[in-house]
Design a protein around this ligand. Structure first.
Ligand SMILES: Cc1cc2nc3c(=O)[nH]c(=O)nc-3n(C[C@H](O)[C@H](O)[C@H](O)COP(=O)(O)OP(=O)(O)OC[C@H]3O[C@@H](n4cnc5c(N)ncnc54)[C@H](O)[C@@H]3O)c2cc1C
Length: 435
């Protein structure tokens, strides 16, 4: 697409080395913050003007939080820093030979490039499924999902056809990782406490929530104990969990499973992600849809292109397939790379990255969560739920967001209410949204 003549990136030339960061997510933002006192020109590019706290997307999708409580403006990071520049553009390609990137408004050269583009939804090559299911990776997805769920019930009230009604009452969540489990927990709360009050004309005993998982357990990235406990919680909440089951197709509101079919007008896809790699990188640096980096996060075969977070695969003895695609990994790599840039500019030797695993967690609903702590300890139930809340509030960007999220959670805990059941913009499926 031709770039309009009046548009360009307008980054001034300077004597300082230019570090271009693609992506203001968990990794990119930590890196940009860490570079504040570095003698470098820092350019952050992101297709959005905000950072997204993805672990709470499911709460936006299920009417627990407004999107602005889980997002923060990226320009705020740069206030008062004359050598910092933010541009809201999409990076469309990289030309490492010329030290140049291509964006929707023109090209930009770099001395150092950091790819922190995160990941995209993995549909495992099934384009038909991609067209019909609802992903949960970006704020637009969460808003679409919220609208879709609410529109569905508004339609259900108007429907005379029993088959169509049942399709609307069946919700399928694909993928039993933390996102799938958390979405199911939140949906079951809606079913129990909110929807029957909002839609007294509908019989919610006919509402079914299915969780479809391809392997033999839930929460594969966590301990077996946490996987088993989450399964128990799911069953207690009335979720129909189908393990060892694959989704093979989805057409005419019928989901074809490896065993049997389910009719449903809502299929939420949380079955996995893959690295989001801009075009132009040599194929020899790509493995399992991630960029292979050395222990300094430098992309192999290059000395000035780096990758951090979900998009990066740093193999080690402990992590032979790279680190898990988690926010703490991205944040720690961002912090570490900033330190290494500083060392590099002052002529000191860089240090290799080492991931400090502080544990992992997933919440299943009110008073129900599982936490794996370092040292092999597992916590579940109310204590795990409180830990989950504390950690999420702690890591939410900005005091205002922390306050609003906490306020909303206390309110819904006490009143069994979720205040954001609004269809602000209607959602039409099959519009071909990006992933
Ligand atoms: C629903 C969900 C729930 C999750 N829950 C948890 C959890 O509970 N705990 C946990 O640790 N992790 C969780 N994760 C994973 C965690 O969010 C990621 O590991 C983390 O966001 C990775 O950080 P990142 O910096 O690599 O990428 P991201 O945070 O995804 O940031 C990438 C940035 O790059 C920008 N970008 C991408 N492509 C381009 C482009 N071409 N041009 C310009 N900008 C671009 C994006 O707009 C984005 O701002 C969850 C993820 C999802 C989707």
């Amino acid at each position: 697409m031709a770039i309009p003549e009046h548009l360009s990136l307008t980054i001034p030339e300077s004597n300082l080395p230019r570090i271009v960061i693609i992506g203001g997510g968990f990794g990119g933002l930590k890196l940009a913050k860490g570079l504040r006192k570095t003698k470098a020109q820092v350019v952050l590019l992101d297709r959005n003007n905000f950072h997204t706290f993805q672990p709470l997307l499911y709460q936006v999708a299920t009417a627990g939080l407004e999107p602005d409580s889980i997002a923060g403006p990226l320009r705020q990071t740069f206030e008062g820093n004359p050598n910092y520049f933010f541009r809201m553009v999409k990076v469309t390609g990289i030309n490492p030979g010329n030290n140049e990137i291509e964006t929707t408004v023109g090209n930009l050269t770099y001395d150092y490039l950091v790819i922190a583009c995160g990941s995209i939804t993995n549909y495992f090559g099934n384009d038909d499924i991609k067209k019909r299911v609802l992903p949960l990776k970006r704020i637009v997805h969460a808003l679409d999902l919220r609208s879709h769920i609410l529109q569905n019930f508004e339609q259900a009230v108007l429907t005379q056809d029993k088959t169509k009604l049942q399709q609307m009452m069946n919700i399928i969540v694909v993928g039993g990782g933390p996102t799938g489990v958390e979405v199911c927990g939140a949906l079951s709360e809606l079913k129990k406490h909110i929807l029957p009050r909002d839609y007294p004309d509908l019989d919610f005993s006919a509402m079914n929530i299915y969780l479809i998982e391809g392997t033999d357990r839930l929460l594969n990235g966590m301990s077996k104990a946490s996987g088993d406990n989450s399964l128990k919680y799911m069953k207690k909440l009335g979720i129909n969990v189908q393990l060892n089951t694959r989704v093979e197709g989805y057409e005419n509101e019928v989901v074809q499973l490896s065993e049997g079919n389910i009719e449903s007008s809502t299929v939420i896809w949380s079955a996995g992600v893959k690295g989001n790699i801009p075009g132009g990188i040599d194929a020899s640096a790509i493995e399992r849809s991630r960029l292979v980096v050395d222990e300094f996060n430098c992309v192999i075969g290059s000395n000035n292109v780096f990758a951090i977070g979900d998009v990066a695969m740093m193999k080690s003895e402990e992590y032979p397939n790279g680190h898990p695609m988690l926010a703490p990994v991205a944040m720690q790599q961002g912090v570490h790379l900033a330190k290494n840039f500083k060392k590099h500019f002052s002529g000191k030797a860089r240090t290799p990255f080492k991931y400090f695993n502080k544990g992992s967690m997933a919440t299943v609903g009110r008073n129900k969560a599982v936490v794996d702590m370092p040292g092999g300890f597992h916590v579940k139930g109310l204590l795990a739920w409180l830990i989950w809340m504390f950690i999420h509030i702690l890591y939410l960007i900005g005091f205002r967001n922390k306050l609003i999220a906490l306020n909303n959670w206390v309110w819904s805990y006490l009143t069994y209410d979720k205040g954001t059941r609004l269809i602000i913009r209607t959602f039409q499926r099959n519009k071909g949204k990006g992933s």
